[in-house]
Ligand binder design. Structure first.
Ligand SMILES: NC(=O)c1ccc[n+]([C@@H]2O[C@H](COP(=O)([O-])OP(=O)(O)OC[C@H]3O[C@@H](n4cnc5c(N)ncnc54)[C@H](OP(=O)(O)O)[C@@H]3O)[C@@H](O)[C@H]2O)c1
Length: 297
C-alpha cells in the first residue's frame, strides 16, 4: 500500500510517499481502508521531533492520528462493527491507504469521509478542555485562538451547552466566529481591553499558545479557571496545561450525536492528496487554518 513516512526528523521535505506493508488489526482494533485523514499540528510537531516525550517515535515512522474510512478487518474481541461500515476515529499512521484504529464511531449519515476525518482529535480535545476548565451554562468562556480546529469545536459545543463565548481570531475570521455563536474580537495589541468591552469573563482557554496567559489570568481573576493546550510555560502563572488524551470513544460518540443533531459542523478549509502531505504540513504550521485541513486518499 501507499503510505506517507519519514526516516529522519526534520522539515516537510523528509516526508516520502512509500510502498509499505499493510498493517493488520490486533485485539480490540479495527483496520480501515482510509478515505481521508485529518491533518493536526501534532503531526508536524512529531515529524520535527519536538514532542518525543509525549509521542515516542521510532524511525522510520508514519504520520497521522485521525481518519475516516471503510472497515475491512475487525480484531479479536471487537463487537458492534463489521466490514463495510463507515467509521471515523483515531489510530496510527493514518496518512496511508490502510490504517489501524484503536477508537472509532460510526459516521453520521450525510457526512462525507473528507469532513468526518476532521473531527476525532479536535472534538476529544474540545470536550476535555471544557471539562477541565469547569465552565457552566450561563457563564462566559473566553477562547484565545478560536477559529482553528479545536476552537471551532469548542465554540459549537459551548453554544449547545448554553455557555456564552467570546473568541479571538484574526480580522479575516471575525464573521466565522460570529457564525459559530460567539462574540468576536481580534487578537494583537489592545486585545484584552477589547475583550473587557464585550463583557465579564468567567473562564478562559488558550488554544494558540501566543503568550497570552498573564492576560487570561487577569481577565478571569483566577489561574484555576484558565487552561492551555499550547503554552508549555503556563505553569509559571499557575495555569494548567492539558495534554493527556481523555476518553476518545466517548468523545467520538458525542461528536456523532452533535453532528446528527446539527449542532456541530467543522468546515474543511483545504484537502490534499497523500503526495501533497508536505504542503499540508507547511500550511498547517503557518497557523491560520479556519476549521480543518485533511488528506484525501
Ligand atoms: N495539548 C493538547 O491536547 C492539544 C490537542 C490539540 C491541539 N493542540 C495544540 O493546540 C493548538 C491549536 O490546535 P488546532 O488544531 O486548533 O490548530 P489550528 O487548526 O492550526 O488553528 C490555529 C488557530 O490559531 C489561531 N492563531 C494564530 N495566531 C494567533 C494569535 N497570535 N492569537 C490567537 N490565535 C491565533 C489561528 O487563527 P487565525 O487564522 O484567525 O489567525 C488559527 O485558527 C496547536 O498548537 C496544537 O498543536 C494541543
Amino acid at each position: 500500500m501507499k503510505k506517507v513516512s519519514f526516516a529522519e526528523f526534520g522539515g516537510p521535505d523528509v516526508l516520502r510517499l512509500i510502498d509499505a506493508e499493510e498493517p493488520h488489526a490486533g485485539p480490540g482494533q479495527i483496520r480501515i481502508a482510509v478515505r481521508a485523514a485529518g491533518v493536526n499540528p501534532v503531526d508536524w510537531r512529531i515529524r520535527e521531533g519536538q514532542v518525543l516525550g509525549a509521542h515516542p517515535t521510532t524511525l522510520p515512522a508514519g504520520v497521522g492520528i485521525d481518519a475516516a474510512g471503510v472497515v475491512d478487518e475487525v480484531g479479536e474481541g471487537v463487537e458492534g462493527v463489521e466490514a463495510g461500515d463507515h467509521v471515523f476515529g483515531e489510530g496510527a499512521d493514518t496518512y496511508a491507504e490502510f490504517a489501524v484504529l484503536g477508537a472509532w464511531a460510526r459516521m453520521p449519515d450525510g457526512l462525507s469521509f473528507e469532513e468526518a476525518a476532521g473531527y476525532p482529535s479536535v472534538v476529544e480535545t474540545a470536550l476535555r478542555v471544557l471539562r477541565e476548565v469547569g465552565v457552566e451554562p450561563g457563564e462566559t468562556l473566553l477562547v484565545s485562538g478560536a477559529s482553528g480546529g479545536v476552537g471551532s469545536a469548542v465554540l459549537q459545543i459551548a453554544r449547545d451547552r448554553g455557555i456564552k463565548v467570546i473568541g479571538t481570531a484574526s480580522a479575516a475570521n471575525q464573521e466565522y466566529l460570529r457564525g459559530l455563536g460567539a462574540l468576536a474580537t481580534t487578537y494583537g495589541d489592545g486585545w484584552a481591553g477589547r475583550v473587557r468591552e464585550l463583557g465579564r469573563v468567567d473562564a478562559a482557554l488558550d488554544l494558540s499558545g501566543s503568550g497570552v496567559i498573564p492576560e487570561l489570568v487577569e481577565l478571569t481573576g483566577d489561574p484555576r479557571r484558565v487552561i492551555t493546550i499550547a503554552d508549555l510555560g503556563a505553569g509559571e502563572f499557575g495555569v494548567r496545561f492539558s495534554g493527556v488524551a481523555g476518553s476518545v470513544p466517548d468523545a467520538l460518540a458525542e461528536a456523532a450525536d452533535l453532528i446528527t443533531r446539527g449542532k456541530l459542523h467543522i468546515p474543511v478549509e483545504k484537502a490534499y492528496t497523500l503526495a501533497e502531505a508536505a504542503a499540508a504540513h507547511i500550511d498547517s504550521k503557518a497557523g491560520h487554518t479556519r476549521g480543518r485541513r485533511v488528506i484525501v486518499v
